[in-house]
Design a protein around this ligand. Structure first.
Ligand SMILES: [Zn+2]
Length: 188
């Protein structure tokens, strides 16, 4: 990463440790200095106030050069308050799946509202297919019925995309290039 340390992205979690925003390092450090949030050690999950963070930041942390001392740059912070606490969302949900699939049937491409869509298990449940991001897609009713208890190959149907775990959460969308490795455990 060639960007200046203070401009690098920091993942912001709310009190429930759900990602809600991305700040730059400068804003994130200010938040911690003002005691509005903690810096999170992504290895130990320990929360630190500013002094604690300066004393105990992970050895690999980038350093922000300041006139008085080097301040380690957090990659994740946790806010102490974030308005209303949003309901905890399951990492996998019907709504989230439909959103990942852009509300389109992944077989015929038809766009449907929530009422017109169903969840299709690519490897059928009856044959041990799990309910997971990798094995589920949005499908319209007719396609789901036509496929029945078969794989797409057996049914002569083609998936438009390969199902995968999305890189966003219901609360936050982060452009793919911005996701840092230390964020992985906090992104759905
Ligand atoms: Zn369809």
């Amino acid at each position: 990463m060639t960007r200046r340390v203070i401009d690098r992205p920091v993942l912001v979690l709310n009190r429930d440790w759900q990602p809600v925003a991305v700040f730059d390092v400068a804003t994130a450090v200010t938040t911690v200095v003002r005691e509005m949030g903690w810096a999170l050690d992504p290895e130990t999950y320990q929360l630190h106030d500013f002094e604690g963070w300066c004393a105990a930041a992970p050895p690999g942390a980038a350093i922000i050069p300041t006139p008085s001392r080097g301040v380690p740059a957090p990659e994740i912070i946790v806010l102490k308050e974030y308005g209303e606490r949003p309901a905890r969302q399951a990492s996998f949900s019907r709504q989230a799946l439909y959103r990942r699939d852009d509300w389109r049937c992944q077989y015929c491409g038809a766009r449907a509202g929530e009422d017109g869509l169903t969840i299709d298990h690519v490897m059928p449940r009856s044959r041990g297919g799990p309910t997971s991001w990798e094995n589920c897609v949005a499908a319209c009713g007719p396609c789901n019925r036509a496929k029945a208890d078969r794989t797409p190959g057996e049914a002569g149907m083609r998936l438009r995309t390969r199902p995968a775990r999305p890189r966003w959460t219901p609360l936050l969308r982060v452009p793919r290039g911005q996701v840092r490795p230390s964020w992985a455990n906090f992104m759905v």
